[in-house]
Design a protein around this ligand. Structure first.
Ligand SMILES: [Zn+2]
Length: 179
């Protein structure tokens, strides 16, 4: 950040009286620009013994498989965001059962909120940001071509939980990139 959103003045990154962290401060009007984590919300959509995956058409990780998810918009709830992203990326509707996995990812300043639910009527198709969509059983998942660690972790938890039939909410901290 180089220029102030309020007045266009130059910004300096430095200490602020009474604050624990350095901030981006406008040298002209004094406005303090706080930068905070972004929330990504998405869905693990289940159809019988299969899960819905999307192959990404856009960077980052174009060509790799993901769960439908994206940045939350202003004015919506996390659940609304997850349902919207699933419609946009996978042309799919989901009957959501609840929040399943929350990932804190401090090194990239993101929080992922993944909801779990049932794909309605088994219908899905590629949206604008997706090359193709597909329903996969556990032994068909392209484990080596998944886009992000959160996708791998969410799928691992789901297939482990399915053995017991109990799907408790989990909060997971991803401190560093996982191979
Ligand atoms: Zn300013």
């Amino acid at each position: 950040m180089n220029f102030c959103n309020e007045c266009g003045g130059p910004i300096l990154f430095g200490p602020v009286d009474g604050d624990h962290a350095p901030r981006h401060v406008c040298t002209r009007c004094g406005y303090i620009h706080y930068l905070n984590p972004k929330i990504v919300c998405g869905c693990l959509a289940i159809w019988h013994d299969q899960v819905l995956l999307c192959r990404r058409a856009i960077e980052p990780r174009a060509g790799f498989w993901t769960l439908p998810a994206g940045f939350m918009e202003n004015g919506e709830t996390t659940l609304e965001g997850a349902v919207r992203e699933t419609r946009e990326e996978a042309r799919a509707d989901i009957e959501v059962e609840g929040l399943y996995c929350l990932f804190n990812i401090p090194h990239i300043n993101q929080v992922y909120m993944m909801f779990k639910g049932t794909l309605i009527a088994g219908r899905h198709a590629a949206g604008d940001e997706t090359l193709e969509t597909g329903l996969y059983r556990e032994d068909q998942i392209p484990w080596h071509d998944l886009a992000f660690p959160v996708v791998r972790k969410t799928l691992k938890h789901y297939f482990e939980d399915r053995i017991t039939g109990s799907f408790p909410f989990r909060m997971i901290d991803l401190r560093h990139p996982i191979p």
